[in-house]
Design a protein around this ligand. Structure first.
Ligand SMILES: Cc1cc2nc3c(=O)[nH]c(=O)nc-3n(C[C@H](O)[C@H](O)[C@H](O)COP(=O)(O)O)c2cc1C
Length: 184
């Protein structure tokens, strides 16, 4: 795929089906993630690849987190939480690993981790895969953080859902001039 076509035409896919990306496709996505611009080359990120039975385990973790917050949660809501990770055959969790550094503030490290997440989404699209970057209430939940073994100095930047996309949505038209001024 032409690089500029990727950059201007990429769209997300909420509905994703099996099969999960292959090991080679995952490697390419992680190689792309590790090319994110990175002040000080700190590599302030790490990744969890979740597929197969582990998606059910993540659903159980979401349920546990939900019930901790609301023990009276009805069955429909419980099922919804449990099924959330089953919306795709694979999830890659992008975790920002914040490091003390005299020149690179935390915010820049978070941006780098965000760029890594975007590189995963883009390289999925370039390989003909569907991808959707999701966050939501579970992202910062203490039960989920503990279950995924997220350390104190780490933040979940996103859950990128990956799989086969049944339909590629066209990129919406947008006039960048509405956001741009010439200065000086
Ligand atoms: C940090 C971040 C978190 C997001 N979280 C969600 C989410 O929880 N649910 C959702 O529907 N979209 C979420 N999105 C937006 C989608 O990934 C996607 O970009 C959006 O649906 C627009 O589609 P497009 O990428 O095709 O323009 C998030 C995007 C970012 C960058």
């Amino acid at each position: 795929m032409d690089a500029l076509e990727l950059l201007t035409q990429r769209t997300s896919t909420p509905a994703l089906r099996a099969p999960a990306p292959t090991a080679d496709q995952v490697k390419l996505m992680l190689d792309a993630a590790c090319r994110a611009p990175d002040h000080g080359t700190l590599r302030p990120y790490r990744f969890l690849v979740i597929e197969g039975e582990a998606l059910n385990k993540l659903g159980q973790l979401y349920l546990r987190a939900g019930l901790m917050k609301d023990p009276e949660m009805d069955e429909a809501q419980q099922k919804k939480l449990q099924n959330m990770p089953l919306r795709a055959p694979m999830i890659i969790v992008i975790i920002a690993v914040k490091q003390e550094h005299p020149k690179v503030p935390e915010v820049e490290q978070l941006i780098t981790a965000g760029c890594a997440a975007h590189a995963i989404v883009q390289s999925a699209f370039a390989q003909g895969l569907g991808a959707m970057w999701r966050t939501g209430a579970m992202t910062h939940d203490p039960v989920v953080r503990e279950g995924l073994e997220i350390a104190e100095n780490e933040e979940i930047v996103g859950f990128v859902y990956l799989g086969r996309s049944l339909m590629v949505r066209a990129a919406p038209e947008f006039d960048t001039a509405t956001l741009t001024q010439s200065w000086g």
